[in-house]
Design a protein around this ligand. Structure first.
Ligand SMILES: Nc1ncnc2c1ncn2[C@@H]1O[C@H](COP(=O)(O)OP(=O)(O)OP(=O)(O)O)[C@@H](O)[C@H]1O
Length: 597
């Protein structure tokens, strides 16, 4: 069965409410169609001098009542239909957001933020417009045109009506011809807006890099090029729209001309009365706007079809990472991790990021991971968190294949500090207590103390209530990292993962954090990735990764005895430390000398 469009789906769900709106509007239109009849009587009365002063008064009162009726029913119908469309807009955005939340990180890697914004803003707006102007004008056009033509042909003159309506099929033809063109241009406009939004977003997030690499001119050139493309796409759409509107107006004008010329002849011949001629032209003027709008509505529906298609495609994207059908209803995990023969390729990559990984991390023990850049350390963690799906039967927690665990149980059992520390535009407290559970302030303070960031935060004028800008830019790299650590610690989860999470703090702070964490981690399973040996040297077991494989495994002491990659890294880093310390000492002595000169 063909899938219904999003708009049809919504329309059918609310059909009775739409019906009520349509009834209110129809009453107002019926009253509008009575105006020419009153005018006809009035004009004939004047022509044949049969009208009296009291008739005039009566007519005036009648007109006022008609006007009032038209106003009340039209406004109510309009408010009703427009309210439904605003609800459609709200529901659609909520549905889109809910769906986006289900899609895996991988989906966002392949999307431009501008395109996603265009879906959420422009596409939804087009569908809202269909629900507003589209439905409203469709009802108006249908009622006025059908009943209007019936009244003109049936009560005034069939031939004049036929003559006046001869040019109108051309309008349908035009709408058909312009349909594809306008849809194509509207898609281009959407894409151009998407590209521009992405450019601005990238500019804002990358502003420091742009400035330090003096790339303002280059960025401006790219922006101007895309801005011009946006204008060009809009101009093409405007041209197509204006040509369509002008041609349709010309056709309507021709109908009007035919009505005046041939209507006057019929009056002069006495075939119709002057009152009927006035009524005929009033009907026509009532019909002109709906006939014009019909063209616009057809266009709007075309744009809506494209927007509907785009939104439907997004909503049809299957979340690849979700609870499997054979999910085991586990409520809690304690933290024994087993990895068996794990090999993994990223979906869009032909190369293996991990090859035949075998590991066992018992509850309450720690694992340190070191290795070169790109050796697969973060990939291992991504799979444990199911940010990507590991092959079935490769990763187990408490003997359960993680592919069979409920996602929310798996993820809420892991306190994770990612490599890139994203903080939300909110207070520091909210950033730390970022969990479905409600935490009392004392727990936020405790986590901040454990992460060695408490003193820094208390140093801010507003303490834990300090609002952070987008991406927490008001904090230093080290502070951001420690706030992220506090966010992971507050969860008090059985598994803790730190992905190079102490890289931005100095050696002394690192030492203090590790000391605090040691007590915290006693009952937990912890995985710590680092480029610094000092961060992981006290782990119960350490693995060295290279090209997606575990190449060395053991404790700090056993690995040093192996004289392999680990030993080399250790020696190199120790030498660097000595050099750093002696440089620091030299700087301190120089500084002291300067101060005491
Ligand atoms: N989303 C992805 N899609 C395709 N390939 C990826 C993706 N993420 C990582 N890779 C590739 O997988 C391999 C392992 O990457 P990974 O990020 O796990 O390395 P890493 O050891 O954590 O590196 P680093 O120390 O720089 O964090 C690399 O070759 C990388 O290019």
């Amino acid at each position: 069965m063909k899938k219904r469009s999003l708009f049809t789906e919504y329309f059918l769900q609310h059909k009775w409410e739409y019906m009520l709106g349509a009834v209110l509007l129809t009453i107002s239109l019926a009253l509008q169609l009575m105006v020419p009849l009153v005018l006809e009587e009035f004009t004939n009365g004047i022509q044949y001098a049969t009208i009296t002063a009291s008739d005039l008064m009566e007519l005036a009162v009648y007109f006022i009542w008609l006007g009032l009726g038209i106003f009340i029913f039209r406004s109510c119908g309009r408010i009703y239909i427009f309210r439904l469309s605003r609800m459609l807009e709200r529901d659609l955005r909520t549905r889109l957001f809910q769906h986006w939340e289900k899609l895996p990180a991988e989906y966002y890697q392949n999307q431009r933020i501008g395109n996603l914004m265009a879906h959420a803003v422009n596409d939804v707006n087009v569908l809202r417009q269909i629900g507003m102007q589209g439905v409203f004008q469709m009802i108006e056009a249908f009622i006025l045109i059908t009943i209007g033509i019936f009244l003109m042909a049936g009560t005034i003159n069939l031939y004049l009506t036929l003559l006046v309506f001869i040019p109108l099929p051309a309008l349908t033809y035009l709408a058909y011809r312009f349909r594809i063109k306008i849809r194509m241009h509207s898609t281009k406009v959407q894409e151009a807006i998407g590209t521009l939004t992405s450019r601005v977003q990238e500019f804002c997030t990358g502003i420091r890099v742009i400035k330090t690499y003096v790339q303002e001119q280059e960025e401006m050139k790219k922006f101007m090029k895309e801005n011009d493309q946006n204008i060009k796409a809009n101009q093409q759409l405007i041209r197509a729209n204006s040509l369509f509107t002008s041609l349709s107006q010309g056709i309507v004008g021709l109908s009007y001309l035919l009505s005046i010329v041939f209507g006057s002849i019929l009056v002069m011949r006495g075939t119709i009365t002057l009152g009927e001629f006035v009524a005929f032209n009033t009907y026509l003027s009532l019909l002109i706007s709906p006939i014009e709008n019909l063209g616009k509505v057809i266009n709007l529906f075309q744009q809506g079809k494209a927007a509907d298609q785009r939104l439907s495609e997004v909503l049809a994207t299957e979340p690849t990472i979700k609870d499997e059908k054979d999910v085991i209803p586990v409520m809690e995990l304690t933290g024994d991790i087993d990895i068996k023969n794990l090999s993994f390729k990223y979906p869009n990559s032909p190369l293996e990021a991990l090859h035949n990984i075998n590991l066992s991390i018992k509850k309450g023990t720690s694992l340190g991971i070191v290795g070169k850049i790109g050796s697969g350390k973060s990939t291992l963690v991504n799979l444990l968190l199911r940010l990507y799906n590991p092959p079935k039967g490769t990763i187990f927690i408490n003997q359960y294949d993680i592919r069979k665990l409920p996602l929310h149980v798996l993820r809420s059992s892991i306190g994770y500090v990612p490599q890139t520390n994203f903080l939300f535009s909110s207070t520091i407290q909210d950033n730390i207590a970022f969990d479905p559970k409600d935490y009392q302030t004392k727990y936020v303070f405790r986590a901040a103390r454990q992460a060695e960031v408490y003193a820094d935060i208390q140093g801010f004028a507003e303490g834990f209530q300090t609002a952070l800008g987008e991406r927490g830019l008001s904090l230093s790299g080290g502070q951001r990292q420690r706030v992220s650590i506090a966010r992971a610690l507050i969860k008090n989860s059985p598994i803790l993962i730190f992905d190079d999470s102490l890289s931005a703090v100095d050696a002394k702070t690192e030492e203090r954090i590790l000391y605090t964490l040691k007590a915290e981690m006693k009952e937990k399973t912890s995985i710590m990735i680092s480029h610094r040996i000092s961060t992981i040297q006290h782990a119960d077991q350490i693995i060295v990764m290279n090209k997606g494989q575990i190449v060395e495994q053991g404790t700090h002491e056993t690995l040093l005895r192996k004289n392999g990659i680990y030993k080399n890294m250790y020696v190199q880093q120790s030498n660097e430390m000595v050099l750093e310390t002696s440089n620091e000492r030299k700087i301190r002595i120089k500084k002291w000398g300067n101060e005491h000169r």
